[in-house]
Design a protein around this ligand. Structure first.
Ligand code: 5GP
Length: 179
């Protein structure tokens, strides 16, 4: 496979489809074991990046679940607390339920931590976090990540849902930026 150009940057092949599929199979096996007793877990796909991962993951779940798609918006609040994250598109009820957050990638963990804090206010039974990718050298939060597909070094990647300024999301493989 060749390097690709998106906007002004060059990217080279990094994680191939078959590796992604294997990682998802392992995650699915673990989740099927651990979540099958939960009554209708609520899976929350964090858009945009997690759309492809979610589509591949949920078709491997062998229990009933509810799937919802959310987006996060950050804005500067009027209070001195500064940035507040708001969840857009969460129509499903969270109270008393097992919620599984599906992320494409966890980097510093700021996004996932804010999302979990916001969801906690709605009193779920428990929140499980599932991310296809993790940059362990960047992740400094104490929040436990329940399901992690692949650990990657600290470099900018695109493909399989992840974009560079809206380009590259549709790529079936993952590419890494060239220095
Ligand atoms: P965090 O809040 O954990 O630092 O960052 C999480 C978000 O940053 C991800 O949901 C994703 O949107 C973006 N992100 C982090 N690393 C990468 C990367 O290597 N490539 C792309 N395309 N987005 C990334």
């Amino acid at each position: 496979m060749n390097t690709i150009r998106l906007h002004d940057k060059q990217f080279k092949p990094f994680i191939f489809q078959n590796q992604i599929n294997k990682a998802i199979d392992i995650l699915a096996e673990q989740m099927n074991k651990e979540l099958k007793e939960e009554p209708l877990p609520l899976f929350l796909c964090v858009l945009n990046g997690a759309f492809m991962f979610t589509a591949d993951l949920v078709r491997k779940m062998d229990f009933e679940l509810e799937l919802s798609f959310i987006k996060l918006s950050s804005y500067c609040g009027t209070q001195s607390t500064g940035e507040v994250s708001e969840i857009i598109g969460l129509n499903a009820s969270v109270e008393g339920r097992t919620v599984v957050v599906i992320e494409d990638i966890v980097d510093t963990g700021i996004t996932i931590e804010k999302l979990v804090e916001t969801l906690e206010k709605q009193h779920p039974k428990q929140i499980k976090i599932c991310t296809l990718l993790l940059k362990p050298d960047q992740y400094k939060k104490s929040l436990h990540l329940d399901y992690v597909g692949l650990k990657i070094p600290n470099a900018f990647i695109v493909g399989y849902g992840l974009d560079y300024n809206s380009y590259g999301r549709q790529l079936p493989d993952i590419y890494v930026i060239e220095p």
